[in-house]
Design a protein around this ligand. Structure first.
Ligand code: PEP
Ligand code: MG
Length: 373
């Protein structure tokens, strides 16, 4: 029975792959996840989140880089992060050799990276209570953390905003990507890195970052004697970006919808508080039947997606468009993305087989309108 089932699944997959128009990529940010995604049939990485690479042992470097009490301290931190990032990217590019890997520039919720200011304040107060001199470093750190404190970090210094205000950060990440590409090519590989800018509101943000990215790619090309070209694209994850997608497409080689943030900002619901009491009350009352964070809300978020696809492609025919929010692996949402004309969905490695099957079902005659269930 088990063998029969395995064969049937394999046949269904083969059939789905034969008919589907949507590509299926995976969200992965380690070589292990990338390799697993590939075994599940992923045709590339649609989202490599780089913020996970800045935790653990590297936290202090990140603190030094972001808080940068002195320029020298910041440059040291960036210099120490560069080879670590190069190794991160080389490993992922190796695991996905020959397939596109969309690497997103750092998009941290800042509060997860900065030291806890209560803890710092307590430490300083304790030193004072013991009559010992307060640590100058702690005092400077507390000062810097206080200056950067935000009441709404998810609406604050995230994504491209951080890249634009933290000197050297974008350049360090892009150099690490470009050098990883050079390293992989020298090793005989076929690395296909794409660079993605997060949380764009306006085309001006993208233009500034794109210019910096291109400068660094040109530098590494000159140093290595290898032309390093990485397509530069952007996330569309804020309503304003969706509504001005035509202008944004002038600066972007590809779009990827971040439907997690797009849902949060379109509905005005915190994505981190969906357990909040009102949310289940809304489900109970039938205001929505399923959480809009799980299945795409066609009337609101879906409309923004359709507008952005139409505007983006009108400005740049053939613009490549994907989605990398959680919805990319949700069966009903996959049908919607097919109807909306996206090129690919990107989801967690374990959801890749389901996305392949649903993308196949969505392409069957009679299901063009999307919802076949
Ligand atoms: C998104 O917002 O949908 C997205 C993919 O980015 P993140 O979840 O990392 O904010
Ligand atoms: Mg996002």
């Amino acid at each position: 029975h088990a063998d029969g089932l395995v064969d049937a699944v394999a046949r269904a997959m083969e059939h789905a792959d034969g008919v589907r128009r949507l590509g299926v990529r995976a969200n992965a940010d380690t070589p292990g996840d990338a390799a697993r995604a590939r075994r599940f049939g992923a045709e590339g990485i649609g989202l490599c989140r780089t913020e996970h690479m800045f935790l653990g042992d590297r936290r202090q470097l990140v603190e030094a880089m972001i808080l940068a009490v002195t320029d020298a301290e910041r440059d040291r931190a960036l210099g120490a992060l560069l080879p670590l990032q190069r190794r991160d990217f080389a490993g992922i590019l190796e695991a996905m050799d020959g397939l596109p890997v969309t690497i997103r520039l750092l998009d941290p919720p800042l509060h997860e990276f900065l030291p806890d200011r209560t803890e710092l304040a307590v430490r300083l107060a304790a030193a004072e209570a013991h009559g010992s001199p307060p640590s100058a470093h702690d005092a400077e750190l507390l000062d810097a953390v206080n200056r950067m404190h935000e009441e709404n970090p998810m609406l604050g210094l995230r994504g491209v905003r951080l890249g634009l205000v933290a000197p050297g950060l974008v350049a360090m990440q892009v150099r690490a990507i470009a050098e990883a590409v050079v390293e992989r090519r020298r090793a005989g590989g076929d690395p296909r890195a794409e660079i993605m800018v997060p949380l764009i509101d306006t085309v001006e943000e993208l233009r500034l970052v794109r210019e910096e990215v291109e400068r660094v790619l040109a530098d590494v090309s000159a140093e290595s004697g290898m032309g390093v070209e990485c397509p530069i694209g952007t996330m569309i994850e804020l309503p304003r970006a969706a509504l001005t997608a035509g202008r944004i497409a002038e600066e972007a080689r590809f779009f990827s919808f971040g439907t997690n943030d797009l849902t949060q900002t379109t509905w005005g619901f915190s994505r981190d508080d969906v357990e909040a009491a009102f949310f289940s009350a809304y489900l109970d009352k039938g205001i929505f039947k399923v959480s809009p964070f799980e299945t795409i809300d066609r009337e609101g978020v879906g409309r923004l997606v359709e507008i952005a696809v139409a505007e983006g492609r009108a400005a740049r025919p053939g613009l490549k468009i994907g989605v990398c929010g959680e919805h990319g692996g949700d069966p009903e949402s996959v049908h919607f993305f097919h109807s909306a004309g996206l090129d690919y969905v990107s989801c967690s490695p374990f959801r890749v087989p389901v996305a392949r099957l649903e993308a196949g079902r969505a392409a069957l005659p009679g299901t063009e309108t999307g919802d076949s269930r």
